[in-house]
Each structure stands twice: as structure tokens, then as C-alpha cells.
Design a protein around this ligand. Sequence first.
Ligand code: GDD
Ligand code: MN
Length: 360
Amino acid sequence: MDKACELTVVIPTFNERENVAPLIDRLRATLQGVAWQAVFVDDNSPDGTAEAVKAIAAVDARVICLRRVGRRGLAGAVLEGAMASAAPYVAVIDADLQHDETLLPGMLASLRTGKADLAIGSRFIVPSGLDRGLSPIRKLGSRLANGLARVVLKTDVSDPVSGFFMIRRDLIDRVAPQLSSHGFKVLFDIIASQSHPPRISEFAYEFAERQAGASKMDGRVIIEYLGLILTKLTGNLVPPRFLLFGLVGASGVVVQLAVVSACHAIGLVFMLSQVIAALTAMTSNFLINNIITYRDRRLSGVRLLTGYLRFCLLCSVGLIANVAVANLAHEHTSIWWLASAAGAVAGAAWNYVSTSVAVW
Ligand code: GDD
Ligand code: MN
């Protein structure tokens, strides 16, 4: 009988067809003598990544392809790959060859000996950074993201947002139900969710430049990350999506002011202008939230219409709550903007909670 699998390497993919075969070759070379398996978790990439994996899986039983349909997201993909593992150790590595897979045997050794529970491939052990694969703006962003993460984690990890690490499987299993399936910061979330701080070994490597394909990091990923930080800072009180929802709400204020001024310019009376502007802002908030904040639960067809009506109704209640709380606050403080902000936060909280239950 074959040796039981000791190490599951989880590889999230989205449009990485060209990188699949070279990565598997590298894993085969570096993991000689280890009983490993590679679980590719592909979000139905249009470029045929899953087919490329399955072509190899057909001749190498260590390679597995989990093709997810109707879902997108790096964190969720990593989580599902890890959940498929029965091995004692799980590693996560990007498919795009930017991570140095030759660190894997050393990482495995540090877990096997019990020296660490978690091994992290780090770009920042050297203060100058080993991140030539990042653009200057990403270099800065990455350092900011790391700094914020360290504040929340209260541990001394040089690269807590690394996408390259190895961990004892039981540590993920234990916290899996609490992990967010959105965004990029899987490792940060795993560390932040542990009840006891894990023992960590760090391994320096140079983050290489991408050879084929493109990065999927974008503004939404960054906002989701900040949302997750907010969640952890508030002891899980504020959900990660709230920040995005709040930003969309703020965009509604801009829309409203723009429409009012346009109505004013064409000579409409103020009251009518205000009604038109408020309705436009509510509509644009609904549509943007449907496209971005709730991308994974997007409404369409008749449900888009009924969802819209519910959204308008609930947000009207939110408006009343906003004014009521602001008035109440104003009785206790003479700082008008503080009272007004308290109203806005209360209204936004109501809107978020009620629409997340009744609309999406
Ligand atoms: N299944 C799935 N679904 N995979 C995804 C998705 C998704 O929605 N988005 C990205 N991936 C895969 C990519 O195909 C790649 O294998 C890996 O996740 C990393 O994605 P990139 O888009 O290449 O990320 P990056 O290089 O910009 O970011 C790297 O550095 C970050 C820290 O700065 C990654 O290692 C991140 O994990 C890391 O947080
Ligand atoms: Mn990459």
C-alpha cells in the first residue's frame, strides 16, 4: 500500500493555465521522498486551468482538481482545499510561481519536529524586503497591510499577509467555521482566529516576478482586507462586508449632492430635487451593492426588482433611525457633527443588518 499522504499542498487558481504544469514539475522535484498531494482549487477559470490540471491528474494520482462553479474568492478556495485534506500538514502556495517552493521541505521539517505549528514564507525578514516581484505601489501597500495586521495580531510576524505558508491541519480545522471566505488575507485570518497564539517559524524567500497571467489583486480586495482588520479590531462585532457597504453608502451622498445640483441647474424646486436625488442615490446604492458588496449573492431578474423594493423600504426606516438617533445624541452633546455622525452610523448599521437579512 502507498504511504499515507503527509502533506497537502493547496493551490488556489484563477486563470493560471500556463503555470500549472511548471508548478507541478517543481513540486515533484522539491518534494521527493515526501508523501504529498496537490489540491488545485479552481474557480471555473475561463482560460481552461481546470482542464490543464485534470490532464495531469489523469496520469498522476497525487494531483487533484477541485473545480468550483458559481463562486469566486481566494480565501474560500484555500479553505475548501484545506478542508479536503486528511493529511497532518497543509501548505498553501500561489500557482503563479512567485513563491519559492524549495522552502517546502524545510517548512515541513519545522512542523514535523514540533518546533512550530505554522511555517510562513516571508518577504520581509530582511528589513529591506525581498519583494522584487512587487511594483513600488504594491511594496508600500504590502508594508501598510503588514503593519496593520501586526497591530491586530499582537504577534511578531514579519509577513502575516503572506500567501505562502504551511500549517498543522488541526489548527485550520478548529477555526474553519469562523474564517472569512472573502479576500486575500487567509493567513492573517487563520492566525487571528486562534485561541492560543501558534508557534511560528519564518522562512525568508524572494517574491519572484509573475511570468504568465495577471494578478487578481484589486481595490475590492484591499477594502475587504481593511474590512477584515476592522472586524478583528472590534472583536468580530463589525462584519467584514460592513466597510464596503459603508463606502457605497458614502458614494450615495456624493450621488445625491450631484443630482440635487443638476436639478437645481435646470430650475426644479428644492423639495422635488431632493426627492429625485434621494431616490437616485438609493437606487445607485442598491445597484452598486448588488454588483460589488454582494457579488457572491448577486440578484437578477424578478429578484432584482423585489430586492430593490425591499431595499428602498428598509433604507427608509434607516433614514428615520438616522434622524432619531442624531436628535437624541444632539440632546446630549453640543457638537453637531458628532450627533450627526452618530445618526449616520446608526442608520448605516440598520441598513446593513436589515438588508443583509432581507435583501441579499
Ligand atoms: N480559486 C481562486 N479564486 N484562486 C484565486 C482567486 C480566486 O478568486 N484570486 C486569485 N487566485 C489565485 C491566483 O490564481 C494565484 O494562484 C493566487 O491565488 C494568488 O493570486 P495573485 O492574483 O497572483 O495574487 P498576488 O500575487 O497579487 O498577491 C500575492 O501576495 C499577497 C500579499 O501581497 C498572494 O500571495 C496573496 O495571497 C498575498 O496576500
Ligand atoms: Mn501572484
